[in-house]
Design a protein around this ligand. Structure first.
Ligand SMILES: [Zn+2]
Length: 425
């Protein structure tokens, strides 16, 4: 169906017209309105302005007419849809020992995933070059729409404004300008965030999609218990990063009476060093050697070293030492979380990561500590649940972050302006 060009030239368009175009497009994109009458009712804009700006959005290729909607008495309205297929987002997760890439459309729907093993001690130059190589391979197969934004999720704190990693456990990556590399390689805005923030955001968007009652999960903690312990904070529906991007790095909160335990950060008694996967592996090795855990002893004899995953499997196989070790970890993490509950008052805590996947053993211990230690009012409506990992949460979180940062007034108006100039030429 041919549509007549409706857009006035950019120079003729007033700020109000420009802004109305953004508002109309955003209401359709976010699913809050899909007919001209809904657009008018929700935006408060007049009928003819709505109609003109919808025509503009169609001419720019942002929006198209979809199927017929439901009549409320008069003529059956034609619904409008945002064309999510006109652009792509690329998310890369540094999920050691893997590098995982996902390309989504603008709605965050995953189109393709590539997962390769990667050794990040190769350093940033060699490692980052893998990203465009892997992307090209995927693109040859899928023919993606142009990249609108890229997101990289890295282990450890990130200074979000500059996209630089801080105090990284990955040797050689400290302060490296990942964002500059990505912007140059993909000619699109790029974002770098802490991996647990992205997984938390992914969990949050999955919960939103699964029809949780609105508002009830807008203050939520995602706690990742893997080799270390970290948290993603969703506050009033937004990722809370703090002044320097380190908010949620709970693994280095001090646990009382553990001053003999040295953390990799150089401090004593950190939560990660006392109760994280790293601690489970360290203590498990001791228990294997002195015969307290027959299960771990057998593994150690076969593999020479132990990981936190062995302790988790031991707990699932009903090895008494492993069950106690995992419960102890849950209890200690729960005590730290109790303090955070008093401070932050979340409605939901989602516990994820490798250690959380021990069924009820770990979760029950976490819950018990929180409910015993936190303020009654803070826990009255609190739910503590285990994540149901699909191993795509970080990738979905990356796409969600790309949406948040792309569909802003400033970004979209800049896009609209570029497209209008292209039309004019
Ligand atoms: Zn530490």
């Amino acid at each position: 169906m041919a549509t007549k060009p409706a857009i006035v030239s950019i120079d003729e368009m007033t700020i109000e017209q420009h802004d109305a175009l953004f508002v109309i497009t955003e209401l359709i994109r976010s699913g809050r309105a899909n007919t001209r009458s809904d657009l008018g009712r929700i935006s408060g804009l007049g009928r003819s302005i709505v109609s003109q700006r919808v025509d503009d959005a169609i001419s720019l290729g942002l929006v198209e007419e979809a199927e017929f909607g439901v009549s409320s008495g008069g003529r059956i309205p034609r619904t409008l849809r945002f064309r999510h297929e006109i652009g792509s987002f690329l998310t890369v997760m540094f999920d050691t020992p893997n590098m995982v890439l996902a390309v989504t459309d603008l709605s965050g729907r995953i189109i393709a995933i590539e997962r390769v093993t990667w050794d990040y001690s190769e350093g940033p130059e060699i490692s980052l070059k893998r990203i465009p190589e892997l992307f090209k391979k995927l693109d040859a197969q899928h023919k993606f729409a142009p990249i609108w934004a890229t997101v990289v999720g890295v282990p450890g704190p990130v200074e979000y404004n500059t996209g630089k990693m801080q105090a990284s456990m990955l040797a050689g990556w400290n302060g490296y300008d990942i964002r500059a590399f990505m912007t140059d390689a993909f000619k699109a805005p790029s974002l770098v965030d802490n991996d647990v923030n992205l997984i938390g955001l992914g969990e949050y968007s999955l919960l939103l999609d699964s029809n949780q009652e609105p508002g009830s999960i807008d203050n939520m903690l995602f706690v990742d218990v893997s080799i270390g312990v970290g948290a993603g904070i969703i506050s009033a529906g937004k990722v809370h990063r703090g002044a320097n991007g380190t908010a949620g790095d709970i693994g280095h909160i001090q646990v009382p009476n553990n001053d003999h335990v040295l953390c990799r950060c150089g401090q004593l008694g950190c939560l990660s060093a006392v109760a994280g996967g790293w601690a489970l592996a360290r203590d498990g090795e001791q228990a294997a050697q002195d015969g307290r855990s027959p299960y771990l002893k057998a593994i150690l004899e076969k593999n020479v070293f132990l990981t936190h995953l062995d302790v988790r499997e031991g707990a699932l196989a009903a090895d008494q030492y492993c069950i106690e070790a995992v419960s102890r970890s849950g209890r200690i993490i729960g005590e730290t979380l109790a303090g955070l509950v008093n401070f932050f008052n979340p409605a939901l805590i989602v516990v994820g990561g490798a250690i959380a996947a021990t069924g009820d053993i770990f979760l029950a211990a976490v819950r018990q500590s929180i409910y015993r230690r936190a303020l009654p009012l803070a826990t009255r409506d609190l739910r503590v649940i285990a994540s149901d990992p699909k191993h795509e949460e970080g990738l979905l979180g990356g796409a969600a972050l790309a949406q948040i940062e792309t569909f802003t007034r400033a970004q979209m108006n800049a896009w609209i302006e570029r497209r209008m100039r292209e039309h004019a030429n």
